[in-house]
Design a protein around this ligand. Structure first.
Ligand SMILES: *Cc1c(COP(=O)(O)O)cnc(C)c1O
Length: 367
């Protein structure tokens, strides 16, 4: 009886869904562990007040204080801002609003953030690739071919600073991509880590490029990954289109209250302080790692993590994890064989990481 129910259920599941594998988020891969340097979260958390007075009411779809707070923070007008359940929901809304399932495609430039492809696949959207070159810059020749082909993607995802390489795309390269796809595709620039490279942010150029969409989040520099709050910045017309497909109440009232506090003058000052502390820690960790002969630093330091290659990748990963130190294996990504990514933690976490790396290497040498 139970068996036939199961097989009937499998008959009901969409063919393309049967093939899906859930995203291996850092939190899903490992539970437990004492030191979490695997999800590029902030090591700092701050306290916020929540007023329960309006919990009996449904929240605003786009809480006004939050929208104006983010618009002011990033120097653009409020009608160009959409707030969603993390930047991940922004990715999903773009796919749902602009891509026709079973027909349209998106373009990604690996190695990069995994959710663009995962999100596309959950809606039966094709994923085309124009891999980054060995120096992690864009392959403009490949992109030009795509732009001139008869299979033009609806969305072109760029990520700068890029996860997991920590590299920035040059202004010139992004400008060229915007020109190549003008009038053809939306260019989605993921700036999840832009607070660590603020001078390179593109928000103020939205007026110049109607096809430009920017993704932002409170999950990284703002230290609010647990809140699930992200922003999509784009022309008023694109924002209006996304508002057609978003849920009626995507942002809960407590989230809106806390996010608005994070975007207040005090909240922004705190975030900038945190960014400085992380960058100081990052510089010192980078310096130490670069002196280890068994390591090759890969990519750049433009976000809140470092990437390195080591021949002992698997043994090192196992050793760290068995000692409660969670980091992220990136070795399956293109160009990143034997690469591990570590988020920058607080001073104690980083010291612990170095201590464990040192004891691992000593152990190996003694064998
Ligand atoms: C972490 C991350 C996101 C997701 O942000 P959320 O707001 O937590 O959904 C998006 N893009 C990149 C590149 C990221 O690293």
């Amino acid at each position: 009886m139970a068996e036939s129910t199961t097989s009937n259920l499998q008959d009901l599941v969409c063919e393309y869904v049967k093939k899906l594998v859930p995203y291996e988020s850092a939190r899903r891969l490992f539970s437990g562990g004492q030191y979490w340097l695997n999800a590029n979260e902030s090591p700092f958390s701050h306290s916020y007040g929540v007023d329960s007075e309006r919990f009996n009411r449904y929240p605003e779809c786009q809480p006004e204080e939050l929208i104006t707070g983010y618009a002011n923070y990033t120097g653009i007008s409020a009608d160009k801002v959409l707030v969603s359940r993390g930047a991940d929901e922004g990715i999903e809304l773009l796919i749902r609003a602009f891509c026709l399932p079973g027909q349209d495609s998106v373009l990604i430039c690996p190695p990069t953030y995994g959710m663009y492809a995962i999100s596309a696949e959950t809606f039966n959207i094709n994923v085309e690739k124009a891999p980054l070159l060995a120096d992690f810059s864009l392959d403009l020749e490949a992109l030009k071919q795509v732009a001139n082909s008869d299979n033009i993607p609806k969305l072109v995802f760029l990520c700068s600073p890029n996860n997991p390489t920590g590299t920035l795309l040059s202004e010139q390269q992004i400008t060229e991509v915007l020109a190549l796809f003008a009038g053809k595709s939306l260019v989605v620039l993921d700036e999840a880590y832009i607070e660590f490279s603020w001078r390179d942010n593109w928000a103020t150029k939205l007026n110049e490029y109607p096809q430009l969409v920017i993704l932002r989040t409170l999950s990284k520099a703002f230290g609010l990954a647990g809140l699930r709050c992200g922003f999509t910045l784009a022309s008023e017309e694109i924002i209006k289109t996304l508002l057609k497909v978003i849920a009626p109440y995507p942002i809960s009232n407590p989230v809106a209250q806390i996010a608005a506090q994070a975007l207040s003058d005090n909240g922004l000052r705190q975030m900038q302080k945190d960014v400085q502390l992380i960058q100081t820690e990052q510089a010192s960790l980078k310096d130490t790692l670069s002196q280890i002969k068994a390591f090759e630093l890969v990519g750049d330091d433009k976000a809140n993590f470092l990437l390195f290659r080591t021949a002992e990748k698997q043994a090192m990963m196992d050793y760290l994890v068995s000692n409660g130190m969670l980091i992220r294996d990136q070795s399956k990504q293109l160009h990143l064989d034997n690469c591990l990514r570590v988020s920058i933690g607080n001073a104690e976490e980083n010291q612990q990481l170095l201590k464990l790396i040192t004891s691992f290497l000593q152990r190996e040498n003694n064998q």
